[in-house]
Design a protein around this ligand. Structure first.
Ligand code: PHB
Ligand code: FE
Length: 328
């Protein structure tokens, strides 16, 4: 498949509502008061604009993430780490079986630029696509100002571990990171570390629950510790994951408090596979051949454990590795 170049085309004038349209290859994106419209050779697709912006924020913020970011059951991106496919219907059995799907491949940095510009233009003042619905304004209506500051949040990644010298700082009130309204009962004390003499510089601990309770975003894992390819990502979840994530490797979930209900579908066809209810203390390995979307009725804390080994996608897709990590 050839690599198309994104035409970054913020077509000169805005529409009557104040929004620009954007192009990438043969795709064209337009927004009105309630909807994002996606035009592509052979058809058009539509999403309600709040859902579209929440998904777009994740795709941009995570650099197209691992594997597939499905904005809904039709539109999405597939990461090839350097290039990325933007698709309609590729992972939807009905589109695919009727040959109605459409895929175009871009250099990742070109498509990211178009997505960033679109996200910035289409996000109104007061709407934060990372925030829980109850903690933000609404996305609808004619263009009103912007929220560029909120959109520039990068995925937070510890070099080794939060709190180590030269690494990410522990979160505090003084730094403007208050405990979230739903986590007022989370203890904020820090662990005491008593290292054996001679090992003082080699032992470290921090209160990850306290750290995570101060997150102002939802469904946005940040890496709190990093050992070779093992990344522990902590995140606060409220309402629903705005994408269906189709991973290209196994991914582990550890539910720290409260409850998340997951819809699990086959990664290629979207056929339903399972409902998984995870309560505090539950651990799940999400297979490499599914996609998932989570629902968290009350703000909860989730640990996502990712394996950053770049050889994995090929080893899973070739069948060298089974899509699940254990057999019982
Ligand atoms: C996931 O797709 O695995 C995922 C993404 C964001 C989260 C949690 C899980 O906050
Ligand atoms: Fe996932």
């Amino acid at each position: 498949m050839s690599t198309a170049t994104a035409v970054i085309e913020e077509q000169g004038t805005a529409n009557d509502l104040g929004y620009h349209s954007f192009s990438a290859g043969q795709y064209r994106f337009e927004r009105d008061e309630y909807f994002a419209h996606i035009y592509y050779p052979g058809g058009r697709h539509l999403m309600h604009v709040e859902a579209f912006l929440r998904a777009l924020m994740r795709d941009v913020g995570w650099g197209f993430f691992y594997g597939t970011v499905n904005f809904d059951d039709v539109l999405g991106t597939l990461n090839h780490y350097g290039t990325v496919d933007l698709f309609v219907g590729l992972l939807n059995q009905a589109y695919k079986s009727r040959n109605r799907h459409y895929v175009e491949t871009f250099n990742s940095k070109d498509l990211k630029k178009v997505f960033e510009a679109m996200l910035d233009d289409w996000t109104n003042e007061g709407f934060d696509p990372y925030a829980a619905p109850d903690e933000t304004g609404n996305a609808y209506g004619p263009k009103r100002g912007n929220n560029s500051k909120a959109l520039k949040r990068e995925r937070i990644v510890a070099k080794r571990m939060v709190g180590l010298p030269g690494d990410l700082d522990i979160r505090t009130d003084a730094a403007g990171q208050p405990v979230n309204r739903q986590f007022l009962d989370v203890p904020q004390d820090q662990p005491e570390v008593h290292a054996e003499p001679g090992f003082e510089g080699e032992v470290h601990a921090f209160n990850m629950f306290a750290y995570t309770s101060r997150s102002d975003v939802t469904w946005n894992p940040s890496v709190v510790s990093n050992v070779k390819d093992s990344q522990i990502c902590a995140t606060t979840e409220e309402h629903m994951l705005p994408i269906f994530h189709g991973n290209d490797r196994v991914e582990w979930f550890i539910q720290i408090c409260d409850e998340i209900i997951w819809d699990i579908e086959d990664g290629k066809t979207g056929r339903p596979r399972a409902k998984v209810v995870m309560r505090a203390g539950d651990v799940a390995a999400m297979p490499a051949d599914i996609r998932h979307k989570g629902y968290s009725p009350k703000r909860s804390i989730l640990i996502v454990w990712e394996n950053n080994d770049g050889t994995l996608p090929q080893r899973y897709s070739s069948g060298q590795l089974k899509p699940y990590p254990v057999e019982f």
